[in-house]
Design a protein around this ligand. Structure first.
Ligand code: ASP
Ligand code: MG
Length: 592
């Protein structure tokens, strides 16, 4: 019999009427011939209220007791939901995380799931019950109650869907799907019929942050199809699955992160270990670094810029200061009012002429690009915060994201489980379900690098550059523009090696036209990348990479990062050795 997991968030169970409405949805699904597991969050703002209450009593409540407290919110909801179903004449049993056997580690308030037992749920389902599971909670080895982190009910739902081999995992929420950008920011945002796991991960904020990113990582890892839909209507929402809405679409979504701050570290020695020195210090402060951009250094000095959330700026600058002291050279400066605009698309990895369209849109909106970084499926530009919304609007319309694609395939078949792996197989893979998983450590030594130094730091330069490159039909892979100084910035990009001469010609004529500095190039660069699931929630992948390369005395020349990938460029002569040392460094988490 098909099995459906239905998750109802706080707004969907905010009062008794809503609880009854959710109960009816579950009953209907059961009547249509499905076994139904419901995962329920705390009612309305109940969790916030409990957090607040704890704060009134203790400035630093012990984490174990926070979990004890917060888990009660979900316990209220599951009991009421079971009563609702009973009142409608159907069989239901509510279960806490502990009763299900959701075993986690002991990191209270941010626990990770280690294993889930399915026997009891399966038995109850087979007896004709709707099983109602408390979201967001688990139990550790000592039987202490743990919680999975705010918003963690999504994760409970996807994890249960994975271990039970569910056919689909429905997430009922107050928005009716995934949008091309946050509809609260841009009213012209369009609901998509489906989005890919990778797009959702790369743009964590796609569709108003509708899914917890750890749940998407989990869904990708176990091939769980997610259906995001409204709890207040019966319309089909958006599917989050392996494939995007339109195969080969260059851009499927755009997003804005408004509250970023930039830190630029300059004048540090361009030698092995400097990136590691800086970022390991920041990690010690538990700060997650977002964009990291390191461009080709000049005069033996490296220039690294990165962004963190504005709130993390004070602890970040403290860490950077101490790294500089240790290195005995360098200085840093910050930009406090920046924002990041990104576009994501599964097709851009195979097409020319995507980056230039984004840069042209920004130039035409008179937005200056402060930094650029790319991944295989994402391009991000850092801009001044007061231009952020204009920038997002310009980019959204340049890629015509508001228009429905001409032919979207029917989503009917995509609602089905992709690999339909039987539950047993999944259960055997349960050890450390949420562990970091690296799916690839790769070397690409087929590319060459071009750097245009001293480009004018003003709107339109990046647009013109990549328009000319696209006109010459040259495929660009990595693009890195580091933060400029004195009105000038350095722009590097990589192209297939046999296109180097043609690309260099284009770059040289542009440099003349714009009055830039030197154009330099390297015919032999090695791009080393580490990609996988969990990079976003496991800080430290980049650091592990920098450390391994530093230990092997390999200098990192360029860095760009995204949510699912860290790319570094090293001298081509060290590519193979770099690959081997990264394979060793990630051996314990590499999925072969
Ligand atoms: N009730 C928890 C929270 O508010 C878990 C959830 O809603 O997903 O964070
Ligand atoms: Mg929630």
């Amino acid at each position: 019999m098909p099995l459906i997991v239905q998750k109802f968030g706080g707004t969907s169970v905010a009062d008794s009427q809503k609880i009854l409405a959710a109960a009816r949805k579950a009953i209907r699904a059961q009547q249509q011939g499905n076994q139904v597991v419901m995962v329920v969050s705390a009612m309305g703002k109940n969790t916030d209220m409990l957090v607040d209450l704890a704060g009134q009593i203790n400035d630093h409540p012990p984490a174990r007791e926070i979990d004890m407290l917060l888990s009660t919110g979900e316990q209220v909801s599951v009991a009421l939901m079971a009563m609702a179903i009973d009142s409608l004449g159907h069989k239901a049993v509510s279960l806490t995380g502990g009763q299900i056997g959701i075993k986690t580690d002991s990191s209270h308030t941010k626990a990770r799931i280690n294993s889930i037992s399915t026997e009891r749920i399966q038995r109850l389902l087979d007896e004709g019950n709707i099983v109602i599971a408390a979201g967001f909670q688990g139990i550790d080895e000592d039987l202490d109650i743990t919680t999975l982190g705010r918003g963690g009910s999504d994760l409970t739902a996807v994890a249960l869907a994975a271990v039970l081999g569910a056919d689909t995992c429905e997430i009922y929420t107050d928005v009716d799907g995934v949008y091309t950008t946050d509809p609260r920011a841009l009213p012209e945002a369009r609901r998509v019929s489906k989005a890919s796991y990778d797009e959702m991960l790369e743009l964590a904020s796609l569709g108003a942050g509708v899914l917890h990113s750890r749940s998407v990582e989990f869904a990708k890892k176990y091939g769980v199809p997610i259906h995001v839909r409204s709890s207040f209507s019966d319309t089909t929402g958006s599917f989050v699955v392996a494939d995007p809405e339109v195969p080969d679409q260059p851009v499927g979504g755009a997003a804005l992160t408004r509250n970023e701050a930039r830190v630029t570290v300059k004048g540090i020695p361009d030698r092995p270990g400097t990136s590691y020195a800086v970022f390991s210090k920041i990690a010690e402060q538990n700060v997650a670094v977002d964009m990291i951009v390191q461009n080709i250094g000049e005069d033996g000095k490296a220039d690294i810029s990165f962004t963190v959330l504005s709130d993390d700026l004070p602890s970040t600058t403290g860490a950077v200061g101490s790294a500089i002291d240790e290195l005995g050279a360098g200085q840093f400066e910050v930009g406090e009012t920046v924002a990041k605009v990104s576009v994501v698309g599964m097709g851009m990895a195979r097409q020319t002429g995507v980056a230039n369209r984004m840069f042209r849109a920004l130039a035409d909106a008179d937005v200056n690009i402060l930094m650029i970084t790319t991944s295989e499926i994402k391009i991000s530009a850092l801009v001044e915060r007061d231009q952020a919304l204009d920038a997002l609007r310009a980019v959204h319309s340049a890629f015509e994201l508001e228009k429905a694609p001409e032919s979207t395939q029917s989503t009917g078949d995509t609602a089905m489980r992709v690999e339909n792996s039987d539950a047993l197989d999944v259960v055997t893979r349960l050890a450390g379900m949420e562990d970091l998983m690296i799916d690839e450590v790769a070397l690409d030594d087929s590319q060459a690098r071009i750097t245009i130094s001293q480009i004018p730091d003003e709107p339109g330069v990046a647009a013109k550059t990549f328009e000319n490159i696209a006109e010459a039909d040259i495929f660009v892979d990595m693009i890195i523009q580091s933060f400029g100084h004195g009105g000038r910035a350095n722009l590097s990009f990589t192209v297939p090696r046999d296109e180097l001469d043609r690309a260099a010609e284009v770059a040289t004529s542009l440099a003349e036209q714009f009055g830039c500095g030197e154009v330099t190039s390297s015919p032999q660069v090695a791009k080393l990348s580490v990609s996988g699931v969990g990079l976003r929630s496991h800080v430290g992948v980049a650091i592990r990479m920098f450390k391994a390369l530093a230990d092997a005395a390999i200098n990192v020349e360029m860095i760009n990062t995204s949510e699912v990938r860290v790319n570094v460029v090293v001298d081509g002569a060290h590519g193979q050795r770099g690959l081997e040392c990264l394979q060793t460094a990630f051996a314990d988490v590499l999925l072969c």
